[in-house]
Design a protein around this ligand. Structure first.
Ligand SMILES: O=C(O)[C@H](O)[C@@H](O)[C@H](O)[C@H](O)COP(=O)(O)O
Length: 235
């Protein structure tokens, strides 16, 4: 089990300041070290204040590549599209935003292979993977269902794959493309940002259950070697 450090905040704004500051530092360090940074950012609502704050940072944005940790198989511009939300904030800054998917593909596994092929051209490993978590314990789009083992234990060189959550999550009942466990675990830095008492309870349970957890995030974290920062805001 990896080392996990909890950072607690009273509200979303306070968490946004702290996490945006950490992400900025990671991006600056990567640019100093090799002239570019590649980071993965989650979808969902929790990170939006973090993105607004981060976008205000004075960074050499044209050296920054952002990929979503996961996306829903919906057309670009759809309310459910993670990359659309990320692009809205960071494209105007000059960052390169690389979609995992940008259409309503009929074959989710083929969409996953296409995303993986696209990511093979990106500098690797990620400098940062920021993860969110659902109250059902999914992270990125690693969900219970027929693709769970493949997402957790597929070939190490596979960076992304298609998944069909079972059951489908009511807030976005569609197939997905997600970073693989090995893409997440090989990242140089790993952070989780969540809010609310319910998610805290779920994450604590997942961490204590470890590799035997029924919650995807428990299994993801049980096989991560680098220390993980969990940022949690009460509201
Ligand atoms: O597309 C997705 O499903 C996300 O990337 C996902 O992993 C997200 O982080 C959680 O669902 C939490 O979402 P909220 O922040 O909206 O609760």
């Amino acid at each position: 089990m990896t080392e996990i450090e909890w950072w607690e905040y009273d509200d979303a704004a306070e968490m946004a300041d702290a996490v945006a500051g950490d992400v900025q530092f990671i991006i600056e360090s990567a640019i100093d070290a090799r002239g570019a940074a590649v980071i993965a950012l989650p979808g969902g609502k929790t990170p939006l204040p973090i993105y607004e704050k981060l976008a205000k940072a004075k960074l050499d944005w044209k050296r920054v590549t952002i990929v979503p940790t996961d996306d829903r198989l919906v057309p670009m511009g759809d309310d459910l599209s993670n990359v659309t939300g990320i692009a809205k904030v960071f494209l105007p800054k000059g960052a390169r935003v690389l979609p995992l998917t940008s259409e309503k593909a009929a074959d989710y596994r083929a969409a996953g292979r296409a995303a993986d092929a696209r990511l093979q051209d990106v500098h690797w490993p990620l400098d940062l993977c920021l993860l969110g978590m659902g109250t059902d314990g999914h992270t990125a789009s690693i969900f219970p269902g027929p693709d769970l083992d493949e997402a957790l234990q597929g070939p190490k060189e596979r960076r992304a794959l298609g998944v069909m959550p079972d059951p489908l999550p009511p807030e976005a009942p569609v197939a997905r493309v997600t970073l693989s466990h090995s893409a997440i675990a090989s990242s140089r830095a790993l952070m989780i940002a969540i809010s609310g008492a319910k998610k805290r309870e779920v994450l604590e349970r997942a961490i204590s259950e470890g590799a035997g957890s029924t919650l995807p995030i428990g299994r993801v974290l049980s096989e991560v070697e680098l220390p993980v920062d969990v940022h949690w805001s009460e509201s």
